[in-house]
Design a protein around this ligand. Sequence first.
Ligand code: F6R
Ligand code: MG
Ligand code: MG
Length: 372
Amino acid sequence: MITLSIVKADTGGFVGHSAVHPAMMAEARREIDRAIASGLLLDGQVAACGDDISLIMTHTYGADAGLIHSFAWDTFQATTHIAKELGLYGAGQDLLSDAFSGNLRGTGPGYAELEFDERPSEPVVCFLADKTEPGAWNFPLYKMFADPFNTAGLVVDEKMHAGFAFEVYDLYQEKRIIFDCPADLYDMLMYIGAPARYVVHTVRSRTLGETAAATSTQRLSLIAGKYVGKDDPVMIVRCQAGLPAVGEALEPFAFPYAVAGCMRGSHHAPFLPVPAGQAHPSRFDGPPRVVALGFQIHDGRLIGPRDMFDDPAFDTARTQANEIMDYFRRHGPFEPHRLPLADLEYTTMASLTRKLAHRWTPMTTEIATPIG
Ligand code: F6R
Ligand code: MG
Ligand code: MG
């Protein structure tokens, strides 16, 4: 058994919330190299999407391992130190707890972890996002693992035809449920179509019994009890041989669907698939970005990455995304560009309610203008 862990955090932005400074990336790489040399990690790489650093690590300690989580925490402390030295924006933004106690749950950084017996060939895609929320993966996971118009294997591959089981979290009530698809498909869509609350956590093959996908499900705004930054989720998808082909895992992103996030975590905007070198959301702090890093895992080593969206076949999605962004932007402060009141990460509503309370009057018939 090996474990693939992606642990990510925003420990400071360069410039504003748009990217990670090279000195922070270099520091994280030094820490990863040390951890490989010491034997803690089988292998590890550092990647970034927007202002979030992702530590992509293989090891033998399993999910939720104290040793791995505290290593990631210490690494993010080190990158925060550099962010402070350089005066970068929001230094240490996602490190919410001063007293880390062995596990990252509830401390701010996000993580997606998958434990598995390495297959003879183990192709994996690590998806990293910036300026959106964990529920942003609901749509592509549905497409990859339940929609035959996306994934041909669901129809024509014996090992996929029985479908996949989706583990879905209710982030508000901290409950979970398993939906066995295709039988439970319509029930599941009622929930996961509301991605601010219901989030797919894992997906498992009903034929192979293998977990095929895992997402990070933390919602920082709920953890902190106040807005501290969008969660900027990550996702691992294992591919091929009875799981979605690499091309089936990437295909959902050929449609730049709308996600919540973007400016001040408070707007719908198209999800833009980009090569790693373009994962720097600038326009209106967006559009939200997704990067896909492909690896072959062999004896725990991460062979890669291949920058999977560095492909002209995604150019049309990028062009459409820019048109959709223009369309949304012209709504300005109106929904559906702006999120519904309950989902805003920034809001003046509470203070406005207090300030204007005495100016709101009942809508009485006497005041109403007569018609005709
Ligand atoms: C969205 C995001 C940014 C900030 C915005 C305002 O997830 O990180 O859009 O919300 O730049 O940031 P502050 O309030 O730090 O000035
Ligand atoms: Mg930031
Ligand atoms: Mg971010």
